[in-house]
Design a binder for this molecule. Structure first.
Ligand SMILES: [Zn+2]
Length: 406
């Protein structure tokens, strides 16, 4: 007789305040308490690009995310397990979450073959075939040792045909059951991932398959993969109510400030995205008045801070002129400072949202934040005759710093 999988850990998820659908909550992991809404920075290879642990300490993320596929390739999960898992290996002792590698099926499309038992991905490093599937994804994630782990899912780029989406929903349900069966640890909380694109019926079908598994948390996958902001909002509005109210709800791969606020408004608790650091590295810096392209000539002689209301090291120490100089000359500190500022900004957005939910003023604050932010973006758009979000969206809000598709 097959051994029963161990019980799921109890996250002790507790909603502390509500405003409409939005909620402020906490849950417990073996490495600390998570306060939601929360944004989880993406350390693709177990390191946040350009940011040291000491700098991370100041940012104080509640959860850090690392990528199973990338760590499986380099340095390998066995090495990380032998170094004490992600906590011992990186020295970051707060909660970690790992993705399942399923997302790379999407982001490395063209290099993947999908079968019933999993996928073969041709490594982006040297073309070697890498086998991933529900069982393997759990084995690797158990070796990496994160507090929160993700079920292996089948994510499609949008637009996709209904038949393809339905097949991916059903496959994701079967794979999630296989993930539950493959577990051998009882201290890692496994989250299921709903698929179904922007189709309300398929989202319901996905929930019908996954919610009865009674997992510790649920994620909305398959968004921020090519659809517009409006389509994403509409899909969220039908999907979020399908997720259990008494468990954390995680929207994967979303990181633009206004998208985050919309999702919190619809009842989402957790987010991850590479955009703050990726945009930070290229000098696209978020402020309360929209995105500042720091390399633009208009900042060459500006002694103003990047965002006068931001409390980060960048905004309290440097002028726009100095920052522009660092980016224009390719100084290494530009990457670090850009990342620190964008992360500070996004943390400030989610933490303010949390505080506002407690006060019952979240909806009003969200409206005023959005108006001011959009006013800044519109000014830039008028001056440059370009859509300020198009380029950021074309990056696709990725969950890993994957190489571009071949
Ligand atoms: Zn700042």
């Amino acid at each position: 007789m097959a051994q029963r999988p161990p019980p799921h850990p109890d996250l002790q998820f507790r909603v502390q305040a509500r405003e409409g659908e939005a909620r402020a909550a906490t849950f417990e992991t073996p490495h600390g308490t998570v306060r939601t809404p929360t944004f989880m920075p993406v350390a693709t290879k177990a390191s946040l690009k350009g940011v040291t642990n000491a700098q991370l300490e100041a940012l104080a993320p509640d959860v850090m995310l690392a990528n199973t596929y990338h760590l499986h390739l380099r340095p390998g999960e066995d090495l990380i397990r032998d170094q004490g898992g992600l906590h011992g290996f990186t020295g970051w002792q707060g909660p970690w979450i790992t993705d399942s590698g399923g997302y790379q099926v999407f982001s490395l499309a063209g290099r993947t073959e999908v079968r019933e038992d999993g996928v073969t991905v041709r490594s982006h490093l040297d073309g070697t075939p890498v086998q991933l599937g529900p069982t393997r994804a759990i084995e690797i994630q158990e070796a990496l040792g994160a507090d929160l782990i993700m079920a292996f899912d089948h994510c499609l780029a949008l637009p996709a045909s209904r038949d393809m989406l339905q097949a991916a929903v059903d496959r994701t349900t079967r794979w999630t059951r296989a993930c539950v069966e493959a577990r051998t640890r009882d201290d890692q909380a496994l989250f299921g991932i709903l698929q179904g694109g922007t189709d309300a019926e398929l989202r319901q079908r996905s929930a019908d398959g996954l919610v009865p598994l009674d997992l510790p948390g649920y994620a909305v996958g398959g968004l921020a993969v090519g659809e517009s902001s409006e389509q994403m909002r509409a899909a969220l509005d039908v999907t979020t109510p399908l997720l259990p109210d008494a468990k954390p709800r995680y929207l994967m791969g979303v990181g633009l400030p206004l998208d985050l606020l919309d999702a919190i408004h619809s009842g989402i608790d957790m987010f991850d995205c590479v955009l703050p650091t990726r945009n930070g590295r290229r000098g696209w810096l978020w402020t309360r008045d929209g995105t500042v392209r720091i390399a633009a000539r208009e900042h060459a002689r500006s002694d103003a801070p990047l965002d006068p209301e931001c409390t980060c090291e960048v905004c309290t120490t440097h002028s726009r002129a100095f920052l522009r100089h660092l980016f224009k000359t390719g100084e290494h500190t530009a990457v670090t400072l850009g990342s620190i500022h964008n992360l500070t900004f996004l943390f400030d957005v989610v933490r303010t949202a949390r505080a506002r939910i407690f006060e019952g003023t979240f909806a009003a604050w969200r409206t005023s934040f959005r108006e001011r932010y959009q006013r800044g973006e519109a000014t830039w758009q008028a001056a440059h005759d370009a859509d300020p979000h198009a380029a950021q969206r074309s990056q696709a809000a990725r969950r890993a710093d994957d190489p571009p598709p071949p």
